[in-house]
Write a protein that binds this ligand. Structure first.
Ligand SMILES: Nc1ncnc2c1ncn2[C@@H]1O[C@H](COP(=O)(O)OP(=O)(O)OP(=O)(O)O)[C@@H](O)[C@H]1O
Ligand SMILES: [Mg+2]
Length: 432
């Protein structure tokens, strides 16, 4: 037998048909992902952390507050995310505001979920943290840097044109930075006219230079979450970026997304979460460079420890390389993070080997290890079958105990993540 790229293409075509079928079954008939309502038990005890009867009392006392909807199973009321957020803005419990903490005059905090190890749990962590943060009242932008587009697909974005991905942001940045450098060298008072850097027409003709900031941002089924999505074009993006870098060697390619995020209004979002690809490359370096904090998920096995170790080594080298050889402009080099943390994933507390590995992580990385690992749970597999997170799955569709434990492990890990951010947020420069 002999096979070529044509056979691969044929296998893929079959697979895509199946994918479409799965999406039609799991999302609404229009293939649009939608978000369920949340019960008054979830809203009071899990989201606002107030006693359920206190919460019901407050709602009863003020009929102008959203009243949700009663579903078939009877007594509970179910609220949309927008209703929850309206209640959050308007209700106080024991004079305590339900709004999440956010320092004044700061831009959104940027956290990269990164590890070059494949399957470490990056996308699962990014998805669950984004959902947990949205339920906590934050406005979230997620950036999918991975051309596997796992996060984009799980957030319901399937047909994304490549112009509107991180690649588009990078290509636009190349055009704009090259123009800026050219006009700066003409304007230089030294009298020495620097050579003009030329970009081929083929790049300018793509029209990417004219794209607006908002063109890259798409809404999701969660009103509090937007996404800069990705699409499957891995090799292409990395090849194209290498070629572009060659066209203008002074272009600080790794800072493209950072510059893009700097140009978004400081108060548009609270948190920006990056899902990174399992490789070192142009996209992952952009993610790391734009991040205020690195959160590094790792599985509990020895080989995962091994590759996490090599990840931080490669990253250290790559960041060191970037800190020389580029015209500084307004870049701050070397890159500084407010925090670097390791998060153990797929952890089984009853497994001696996992416990030993967790201890080893703590011994080696000391204060850099998140205290709450994310436990291995069937709920991730079950909710993943519906292209959803544990937060999105209705607990009535699963064994209640499995759902609660899964939710608790993600909640604890998220709360630690949030508290780490709250400690570091003040270190960001004030916005004018
Ligand atoms: N806490 C968990 N419990 C059970 N299964 C999990 C858990 N976390 C992740 N998984 C499973 O492990 C697999 C890999 O997870 P995920 O896709 O999040 O990793 P990744 O690091 O993003 O992978 P890649 O490097 O390919 O981007 C998935 O099948 C996911 O469902
Ligand atoms: Mg992933």
């Amino acid at each position: 037998m002999s096979y070529t790229h044509e056979d691969l293409a044929e296998l893929q075509a079959k697979s895509l048909k199946m994918q479409g079928h799965i999406r039609r079954q799991t999302f609404s008939p229009e293939m649009e992902k939608s978000l369920r309502r949340f019960s008054s038990w979830e809203v009071s005890e899990l989201i606002f952390k107030v006693n359920q009867s206190t919460f019901r009392g407050r709602l009863a006392a003020d009929p102008s507050l959203p009243s949700g909807e009663v579903e078939e199973d009877g007594r509970q009321r179910w609220y949309t995310l927008d209703e929850i957020n309206e209640i959050r803005r308007r209700m106080k419990v024991n004079r305590r505001s339900l709004m999440p903490k956010r320092p004044a005059n700061k831009r959104a905090f940027r956290a990269a979920i990164a590890n070059f190890k494949g399957g470490a749990g990056k996308s699962t962590v990014a998805l669950h943290f984004a959902h947990a943060a949205a339920l906590d009242g934050y406005r979230v932008l997620v950036v999918d840097f991975d051309p596997q587009a796992t996060l984009s697909h799980s957030m319901g974005l399937n047909d994304v044109a490549e112009d509107y991905t991180v690649w588009g942001i990078m290509a636009r940045d190349l055009i704009r930075e090259t123009d800026r450098m050219n006009s700066a060298s003409v304007a230089a008072e030294s009298g020495v006219q620097l050579p003009t850097r030329k970009l081929p027409d083929s790049i300018r003709d793509m029209g990417l230079g004219e794209l607006r900031n908002t063109d890259f941002i798409k809404p999701t089924a969660w009103s509090a979450i937007d996404i800069v999505p990705s699409c499957a074009n891995a090799a292409f993006v990395e090849f194209a970026s290498a070629q572009y870098r060659h066209l203008n060697p002074e272009w600080s390619f790794f800072a493209a997304v950072s510059r893009y995020l700097d140009s978004i209004p400081a108060d548009a979002y609270d948190l920006v979460i990056f899902d990174c690809p399992p490789a070192i490359g142009y996209q992952s370096m952009n993610a790391v460079f734009a991040a205020d904090m690195l959160y590094i998920p790792s599985g509990p096995g020895y080989w995962e420890y091994d590759s996490t170790t090599s990840f931080i080594g490669q990253l250290a080298e790559a960041l060191e390389d970037l800190s020389h050889g580029f015209p500084a402009g307004n870049l701050k080099l070397p890159k500084v993070f407010t925090d670097i943390r390791f998060l153990m994933t797929r952890y089984e507390p009853g497994n001696d080997l996992h416990r030993a590995m967790f201890d080893a992580f703590r011994k080696v990385f000391e204060g850099h290890v998140a205290e709450h690992p994310i436990e291995m749970t069937r709920a991730v597999e079950q909710s993943g079958r519906f292209l959803s997170s544990v937060y999105e799955i209705d607990y009535r569709d699963m064994t209640r105990e499995t759902w609660r434990r899964a939710r608790a492990t993600f909640d604890q890990a998220y709360e630690e993540f949030r508290d780490t951010i709250l400690k570091a947020w003040d270190q960001l420069e004030d916005e004018a």
